[in-house]
Structures are given as C-alpha cells and as structure tokens.
Design a protein around this ligand. Structure first.
Ligand code: GLU
Ligand code: ZN
Length: 297
C-alpha cells in the first residue's frame, strides 16, 4: 500500500494554530515518505458547522502552500457509505437501538468512563419504545484494544469499562464521527494518521470498528495539542485566533518548532517553497515531543 496521509478538519471555524500543527505534521510526514496527502472536510454535524468555514480553511491551506492530492472529500455527501457500514455491523448483531435521553442516561448510569458516564445498556436489556426517535449503539463486550502509537507509545483500552456501548448513528439521523472516520480512512486508502492527541482516546473505538468491519488498521501518531494559558485546547470555543495568512512562513516555522523540529533562524524569513523544502527534507517524527498537550506562552 502506498503511504497515504490526510488532514481532516471540521468546519466549525477558521484554521487556527492548533489545526495548523496537525496539518503541518501530517503533511511533512506524508511528503517525507513520498506519500499522498488528502484533505477531507468533516462536515457531518451540520448543526455545528459555521457557514463558509470549509472554504476559509481550504483557502488558508492554499495560501500556506499545502498541496493535496485528489479532490477534497466532504463527509456530508457520504451518508450512503456510512449506512452500508452500519448495516454490515447490524448483520453481525452488534447494533441495538437506544431511545434514552442524555438525562435518562445520566440518572441511570453508575460508572464514569473517559468520555463521561458509561451507558448502562438499558435498551439492550429492555426493548425500546418503538415510536420514539432512536440512536444506534454498538456493543463493546470486554473488548480490549492495544496499539502502538508512533509518538505516544503503547496505548491500551478496555472499551466496555472505559467507554461503553457507543453511538454510531444519532437519534437525529446523523452518523457519528467514530463511524464516518473509519469508513472514510479506509475508502480513501489512508495508511498513516497523524493528528492531535485529543483524539488519542477515540482511537481504540476506531480500531474496534475496523476489526468488526474487517478493515486494516492504519498506523497512528498523535501529536501534542496546542493549549492556551488556561490549559484549554485551542478551538473556536476557546476563542482561538484565526491564523493570519500574511504570516504564513513564520507560522509554519512556529508549528515546526512546536513539533520539536528545529527550523534554523534564517529560514523564518525565507519564501514558502524554501520553508517547505527544509521542513520535508528535515522532518523527524522521532523529535516530536511525547506529550498530549503543550501550553503556548
Ligand atoms: N475532524 C476532526 C477534528 O477536526 C479530526 C478527525 C481526525 O483527524 O481523525 O478534530
Ligand atoms: Zn437506551
């Protein structure tokens, strides 16, 4: 399989330094391995989408000199593929409908997992009221998932204890990120995933789905996430500043430094071509700090 990497932003706001870091990491690693690099807009959650954000992100990537292969893929247009995967899992009797509201789950659950309370399987044990909208959950009976992250090392999770039966399709009809990302990474032939360490806890769920769907597991590397002084991940919610495209060269160098690469001082004022040339020729995954987050000062 030829190396294929990707950058998969959600269009919830313009590109900020945190997302630039993920883009730079996946781009340099792909190019340093003579690989392809794809861009996928993760616009599944239409209610959370900010109008025009996808175009702004793509325009910023162009200005920064990123060159991607093939057409940009939009998740909002791929519901059929996700539905097929869900059917395949249903045929294996792994899926059950759930009509519980958030409040009902909070009131009935007794265990806390890494992503909130663990769903107590109420709807698996008692049949659901058929006229209510329902989500679709996958069973996670004692599934221990282990993988080696190229930066963070060995990661182990027992899904049933730490996550519980998770939602693949929401009651409002939208497919969940966990399912869509697995289907798309496979459909696009992605072999290497470099992304922010905020997604490290999601990776075992994705590997579990790959295993149940008989799909290969790509190589994973989770880079540190940029945080503000309050230790919050940079995002639209924490009011991260959008990236200033006039400072493209400097910001790429800052992202490289953040990733433990050591761009020479002179290169900061060089033109974008020279910066990318340096970045790809000198890219060293081994230099990326083994941290889940780094505070920007
Ligand atoms: N769309 C996700 C985000 O912006 C990234 C998904 C991924 O890289 O797997 O956080
Ligand atoms: Zn339920």
């Amino acid at each position: 399989m030829p190396y294929t990497g990707r950058f998969a932003p959600s269009p919830t706001g313009p590109l900020h330094f945190g997302s630039l870091v993920a883009a730079v990491a996946s781009y340099c690693d792909a190019k340093a391995n003579q690989g392809n690099w794809l861009v996928r807009i993760e616009d599944l959650d239409k209610p959370r989408e900010v109008k025009g954000a996808a175009e702004t992100i793509l325009r910023s990537l162009e200005i920064f000199g990123f060159e991607w292969d093939g057409k940009t893929v939009y998740q909002s247009k791929r519901a059929e593929l996700y539905a097929e995967a869900l059917t395949a899992l249903q045929n294996k009797n792994l899926i059950y409908p759930c009509t519980c509201t958030r409040k009902e789950i909070a009131d009935s659950s007794t265990k806390l997992g890494i992503d909130g309370v663990i769903y107590p399987k109420t709807c698996l044990h008692w049949p659901v009221k058929p006229d209510l909208p329902y989500s679709q959950r996958i069973q996670t009976n004692v599934s221990e998932i282990t993988f080696i992250d190229a930066i963070q090392g060995e990661i182990k999770q027992i899904l049933s204890k730490q996550v519980g039966d998770f939602v693949l399709k929401r009651a409002d009809g939208l497919f969940a990120y966990q399912l869509a990302v697995v289907v798309d990474d496979d459909a696009q032939g992605v072999t290497n995933i470099l992304r922010g360490a905020d997604l490290l806890d999601s990776t075992p769920r994705q590997i579990y789905l790959q295993q149940r769907l008989n799909l290969p597991t790509p190589h994973y590397a989770h880079v540190p996430v940029a945080c503000n002084l309050a230790d919050e991940k940079l995002s639209k919610q924490t009011l991260a500043e959008p990236i200033d495209t006039r400072l493209s060269g400097q910001l790429i160098c800052n992202a490289l430094s953040f990733l433990g690469q050591q761009p020479p001082f002179e290169i900061k004022n060089a033109d974008l071509n020279d910066i990318w040339h340096w970045a790809i020729a000198n890219w060293a995954l081994t230099k990326v700090p083994k941290l889940r987050q780094i505070q920007l000062t």
